[in-house]
Design a protein around this ligand. Structure first.
Ligand SMILES: NC(=O)c1ccc[n+]([C@@H]2O[C@H](COP(=O)([O-])OP(=O)(O)OC[C@H]3O[C@@H](n4cnc5c(N)ncnc54)[C@H](O)[C@@H]3O)[C@@H](O)[C@H]2O)c1
Ligand SMILES: O=C(O)C[C@H](O)C(=O)O
Length: 328
């Protein structure tokens, strides 16, 4: 039998964790023939709830689930991890300033990065879901100097899927016939969903984007502010769609992206498209052989340039803030 893949999930007792773990255990992320060992990390107060989830995982009797272990110590949780899904984060509380939020998350993602550095498997791949996802990935990576920075990624796949769905609804084109969409920048309201290089059915995305009023007043803000709209409607942030996006991100990373298409992910910038080196920014990416590649050579017009620059400026400001707090 193949050796199980160790998947460490933080924040396992949270709402995304509950939507995520069963699908991973069922083989939807790494493949129906790949056994998985789940390693769940929670804060002590939520360990009992994680135990309940583990009981339910047992009760599914998944053929691909080789075991579930629960930890409240990141050092132990990341031992031997091949995949790390960093979901648990400190939400913004009442009266909390942005710097307080960054500092609280630095206290989580710094030690987790160090634990990954010291104990994870040499092929470890990390996806940060917990917000602010891009900057949390940067913090974790900064504490893992022995792990290539390209292995720390942040989730913008949910934004990508939201953009796909909005374009499908607008044009009546099935999602399966839309390709070449990109989310640029930060997983925040400044992100830029770019339609200009897409193909929508048989139509160039630029033609769909030619309706500037729809593009700027509806499409871009609907995608960028969808997280807030879900919170307003549900009274809780997106969970099942976030879990789905996490599964698709890792699935494509490890098993390859669809031929002739690309997706979006927050990845380490080497300076591509003028994004300062070292930021974890969303780009158009393909994956083959287990590595993300940034799609290069796309022409960026003035309209797109301004929006990409604004979101990247926000990322640079977050980086500067965590640097001044001594978190990186
Ligand atoms: N990138 C995205 O697209 C995206 C989408 C949706 C949600 N999110 C973010 O994902 C995060 C989780 O969302 P949720 O709805 O599951 O939240 P939740 O509050 O339901 O669950 C979070 C869990 O993390 C745990 N946790 C807190 N600190 C921890 C630590 N140091 N180690 C281990 N576990 C810890 C908590 O005990 C809790 O069980 C939030 O930051 C949310 O904003 C990101
Ligand atoms: O927007 C949020 O705060 C939640 C999450 O990041 C989302 O995009 O749904």
């Amino acid at each position: 039998m193949t050796e199980p893949v160790n998947v460490t999930v933080t924040g396992a007792a949270g709402q995304i964790g509950y939507a995520l773990l069963f699908r991973i255990a069922a083989g939807e992320m790494l493949g129906a023939d790949v056994p998985v060992r789940l390693r769940l990390l929670e804060i002590p107060a939520a360990v009992r709830a994680a135990e309940g989830t583990a009981m339910e995982l047992d009760d599914c009797a998944f053929g691909t689930l080789a075991g579930v272990d629960i930890f409240d110590d990141p050092v132990k949780a990341f031992e031997g991890a091949n995949v790390g899904l960093l979901v648990g984060a400190r939400p913004r509380g009442a009266g909390m300033e942005r710097a307080d939020l960054l500092e609280a998350n630095g206290g989580i993602f710094g030690p987790q990065g160090r634990a990954i550095n010291d104990g994870a498997a040499s092929d470890v791949r990390v996806l940060v879901v917990g917000n602010p996802a891009n900057t949390n990935a940067l913090i974790a990576s900064a504490h893992a100097p022995d792990v290539p920075a390209e292995r720390f990624t942040a989730m913008t796949r949910l934004d990508h899927n939201r953009a796909l769905s909005q374009v499908a609804a607008r044009t009546g084109t099935p999602v399966s016939r839309i390709s070449g969409l990109t989310i640029w920048g930060n997983h925040s309201a400044t992100q830029y969903p770019d339609l200009f290089h897409a193909t929508v059915g048989d139509v160039p995305g630029a033609e769909v984007a030619a309706d500037r009023e729809w593009l700027t007043d509806t499409f871009i803000p609907t995608v960028a502010k969808r997280g807030a709209a879900i919170i307003e409607a549900r009274g809780a942030s997106s969970a099942a769609s976030a879990a789905n996006a996490a599964i698709e991100h890792v699935r494509d990373w490890t098993r390859g992206t669809r031929e002739g298409d690309w997706t979006s992910a927050g990845v380490y910038s080497h300076g591509e498209y003028g994004v300062p080196e070292g930021l974890v920014s969303s780009f158009p990416v393909t994956s083959a052989g287990g590595d993300w590649q940034i799609v290069e050579g796309l022409e960026i017009d003035e309209f797109s340039r301004g929006r990409i620059d604004a979101s990247v400026a926000e990322l640079a400001a977050e980086r500067d803030a965590v640097r001044s707090l001594g978190l990186i």
